[in-house]
Design a protein around this ligand. Sequence first.
Ligand SMILES: [Fe+2]
Ligand SMILES: [Fe+2]
Length: 286
Amino acid sequence: MRFAFFGDIVGRSGREGLAEHLPHLRRRLGLDFVVVNAENAAAGFGITEKTAGELFAAGADCLTLGNHAWDQREALTYIVREPRMIRPLNYPAASEAPGRGAQLFETEAGLRVLVVNLLGRVHMEPLLDDPFAAVDAELAACALGHAADAVIVDMHAEATSEKMAMGHFCDGRASLVIGTHTHVPSADGQILVGGTAYQSDAGACADYDSVIGNQKEEPLRRFTTRISGGRFQPAEGPATVCGVFVETDPASGLARRIEPIRIGGRLSQTVPDAPAAARLTPAPTP
Ligand SMILES: [Fe+2]
Ligand SMILES: [Fe+2]
């Protein structure tokens, strides 16, 4: 099975970048399933039904969220009607968060994909439930290779250490553990010893002539003067669409390959070679 995960969509730039590049990436890489982190899709803050619709139309099969999940209040009701969008799993029960933190999908080819969205606690909201205990219960209830053909865990967190620990915690039980939230792609894509693909951050789908996707002026003003002069606004130049491509073993659901994707905009470009079975022209016979 082949799937891709794309990091935080930031505003219009990120949405338009995904719409421009995902359709041809889906064909070229023969993708069975696509997950997109959408917590910054609506002008950098949260998600609306309209912006979610653009991402689904571009080819996303599942949207995940993060600490900005509820910045747009309509997300609280929209998520109840849209099972393809999930929010972090580990809100405390007292928060009565709507929607789900994990969802089992079925692809067109009949493959079962479990997606889990987690929030880290280090340098973030400390009153969340333990993400390790939360994911443990989901992985036990829907075992990779048995109840699911692929398991994808979005670990939305600030601290790389917490993300790496989550990778090892899920190693052998998930196809991919991918970090989101820092808005910068990390260069540590690897298959862990137990067979789980891992990368500390997928990177954002955003204009990188920015401060993590925002226009530079306001962050610079705050850093240099400590005085806020206005709202953060997403940068509006062409996005680099950032994510990872993963190929799994059909029997075990574990990863055989993880490759970075960076296309469009100003970051150095990389798109994986098309998998053999997805190539349109057969290889010449010797
Ligand atoms: Fe984000
Ligand atoms: Fe975030």
